[in-house]
Design a protein around this ligand. Sequence first.
Ligand code: PGA
Length: 260
Amino acid sequence: MTRRPMMAANWKMNKTIREAQEYTAALLPRAADSEDVDVVVCVPFTCLHEVGRMAGDSTVIAGAQNFYHEDSGAYTGEVSAPMLLDVEAGAVIVGHSERREVFGETDDMVARKAKRAVEAGILPIVCVGETKEERDAGDMWEKVSGQVGQVLEELEDAGGESLVFAYEPIWAIGTGDTATPEDAQDAIGKIRDLLRETQGDDFAASVRILYGGSVKPENAAEIMAQEGIDGALVGGASLEVESFVELIGAAQNAVAQTEQ
Ligand code: PGA
């Protein structure tokens, strides 16, 4: 089974609507050149309607960076899955380490969000990853397998193509300190083995697993060349459209190389 590579931008808390319009207008024709890559742009809620409208039927998928698993009600400050569908979001980041660390999201909350997104037909990009202390203590896999396992328990009979995992070691996010391609591949390989053991071969073969953490044009080719790494979730280097286009190009080249 071949999985379509994905290049996903995470703008975090950046850009006004005007800036989002300029970026999206520049991105759309360039993304269309990379027809073998799924391009996702996860933007602040305030920009989502506009980016979703501009993306329309193009190959670019507009995504959110978070949502709440209930559909409506007394949840001040939150946005629901039906609201995301209303603005044509096709994807949503779930459980980003900044949500977990700054806003106190637990594995249980993350798992509920992943489940609700899948039910709603919005592709969740579920983030997992360890801190530096956990890695140094040899606890990387205990942490990551716990995070992945809780999501899988909630999912029941969802198909593997209905969600994406992003392995994002916390010490590599926004630090310029990328995991070595081998470390990234090792963690991602372990995640896929866990998917196979718990959900079966077809599920494991169809889930896309991205790497995230200081991905930039200089290291993208090497990361994308690793067997089993299906793409990247990119923060800082996605903010400039030219740099994000280069990353999409690296994913497209990786496809071309495996086809040779
Ligand atoms: P970074 O962020 O690319 O700036 O390290 C990645 C992320 O937080 O998703």
